[in-house]
Design a protein. Structure first.
Length: 537
């Protein structure tokens, strides 16, 4: 029976490898480890603004193939954190290759990781990230009451009067016992799972291939083993509640009340855990790293094509060959090369400008964090990523679209001069204001952003802006083919600025009144004459 169950589990794990995860995503819990982690030594932790612009949650759901909640939290943090170096890349690539080529090894690892897939596992990180509950000032009486209760219980066998003493103590103890229930409940989810995490880590560490992730892990697991006897008390609590062993539970509850076992165990365990935060995090990171590497191996297996990037530190460079957006089905691939100038894109709505900008950004992120790019080849420098793509009015704080954009781009300007390599992504810069000021301010800002070690990808409808920036930006465009009654997009990146303007033509094929079409054409021709005259002057 057991062998049949193991066989079914193995078949399931083998069939799932390379496929999307069929699971729900609780992002509040998934993000909690990232939110509380100290990123001060990281090159960059991606902002919520940039994540929103790049549809980060959808990207994570596509990438995530982890088997534990620890791995899920670890992978989320890893995908949002660009580090200063990648010393472990060679080691990780060897492990990813082994997970891919050795199904038995992979399945054995996945089987261990799957033991940590309950929702309660999310709370393990709180034990080394959150403030541990401290006992109140009057707690010193708890050990005294417990000792007195034990002594009174023993003395009952010698003199019955001590039964009254024990009864009186129990009345006091019952108040303390139920006061402590809320404290105990707060750790019912995390402490039993910590014990399970430690067990999984020890099993995984038995494999020589995984020891390189943290050769000193046994120091941490051995320390937690010393705390394990106290943690087993919490496992017993959970088991009794789940099995509904009412009679046994009632007897145990009476014993715990009389001798104040729960508060003594709880605060004693918490004191030990509080002094072992580093060891707990070491074990968490060890298991999380393994799960993340299995996830990357599964991701790569499911892709039609991918590459590991070439990272050239100290150079302003980005080369993408046949890059595609992983979330767009049958996405058209495009190539681009940047050495000195930044990129300005023109084109009509829905032609592919913004999707291409997101394609580049996503490949930069996954290249720097997962050593995986959705492209035939990808070369880049280690860079920070900032964006102004999806901006909206902040009505609660009485801020207009334009004001929100001004603040976002000002932050970019501040970052552009601090000596780091940066990738700036902008979609329709300053579209919340009038044409003359939009073009004027846009030119000045984009000229400033592309200086030093910065790369800018910006899209615009303003052909005039492209003319003003042609010496500082390489011009590319996306275009559409307007037929008698249809508009078709090929989503192919083309050199140069957009020359054909089809907005009025699209109105025409959608049966706008002829009078509107004629007036629009006449005004357009007049505005073109004014633009040409101003250019000559």
């Amino acid at each position: 029976m057991i062998s049949q169950r193991k066989k079914r589990i193995k078949e399931k794990l083998l069939s799932e490898f390379g496929n999307l995860k069929d699971d729900s995503f609780n992002f509040e819990e998934i993000k909690s480890y990232f939110r509380k982690k100290d990123h001060s030594t990281a090159f960059q932790a991606l902002s919520d603004k940039t994540c929103n612009d790049l549809d980060f949650q959808e990207l994570f759901m596509f990438i995530d193939r982890t088997h534990s909640k620890v791995g899920q939290q670890y992978l989320y943090n890893r995908l949002r954190t660009i580090t200063l170096d990648s010393k472990e890349t060679t080691r990780n690539e060897k492990l990813i290759a082994k997970f891919t080529d050795n199904p038995d090894f992979r399945v054995s690892v996945q089987g261990q990781l799957s033991k940590l897939n309950e929702r309660e596992v999310f709370y393990i990180a709180t034990l080394f990230q959150d403030e541990i509950l401290k006992p109140p000032a009057w707690y010193f009486i708890v050990p005294l009451l417990s000792f007195t209760s034990v002594l009174s219980f023993i003395m009952v066998f010698f003199h019955p009067v001590f039964f009254l003493v024990l009864l009186g103590l129990s009345i006091v103890n019952i108040v303390i016992h139920f006061w402590n229930k809320k404290n105990l409940f707060n750790y019912f989810s995390s402490i039993p799972q910590l014990s399970k995490l430690n067990g999984v880590a020890q099993e995984l560490f038995k494999n020589d291939s995984l020891k390189g992730i943290n050769p000193d892990l046994l120091k941490s697991t051995n320390v937690l083993n010393k705390v394990n006897s106290r943690m087993s008390f919490f496992n017993l609590e959970v088991e009794m509640q789940s099995d509904q062993r009412i009679l046994f539970w009632a007897i145990m509850e009476l014993v715990k009340i009389v001798f104040l076992i729960e508060p003594l165990f709880l605060f004693g365990t918490l004191k030990r855990i509080d002094s072992r935060r580093k060891e707990i995090e070491d074990v968490f990171l060890f298991v999380g790293e393994i799960d993340a590497l299995v996830s990357i191996a599964s991701l790569r297996r499911g892709l039609r094509n991918f590459c590991t990037p070439k990272i050239v530190d100290g150079q302003k460079r980005l080369v993408a060959e046949d890059a595609y957006h992983p979330l767009i089905y049958d996405c058209v691939k495009n190539s681009i090369q940047i050495n000195k100038k930044s990129i300005l894109l023109t084109g009509s709505n829905m032609s592919g400008k913004t999707s291409f900008i997101r394609t580049i950004a996503i490949n930069v992120i996954t290249g720097l964090t997962l050593n995986t790019c959705f492209a035939e080849q990808f070369t880049l420098s280690r860079m920070r990523i900032f964006s102004a793509i999806r901006i909206s009015d902040d009505l609660l704080n009485d801020k207009s679209y334009y004001f929100e954009e001004v603040i976002t781009i000002k932050e970019m300007l501040d970052k552009s001069i601090d000596g780091s390599f940066n990738l700036f992504l902008l979609d329709e810069i300053f579209k919340g204001t009038n044409t003359v000021e939009r073009i004027s301010a846009g030119k000045a800002v984009l000229s400033a952003l592309t200086k030093a070690d910065n790369i800018v990808f910006v899209s615009t409808h303003d052909i005039e802006l492209a003319d003003l920036l042609k010496d500082e930006y390489d011009l590319y465009h996306f275009s559409e083919l307007v037929d008698h009654k249809t508009v078709d997009f090929d989503y192919k990146l083309k050199e140069g600025k957009l020359k054909n303007r089809n907005a009025i033509r699209i109105l025409q094929i959608n049966d706008y009144p002829e009078s509107i079409i004629k007036e629009a054409i006449d005004i357009s021709e007049e505005l073109d004459k004014i633009t040409i005259t101003n250019t000559l002057i």
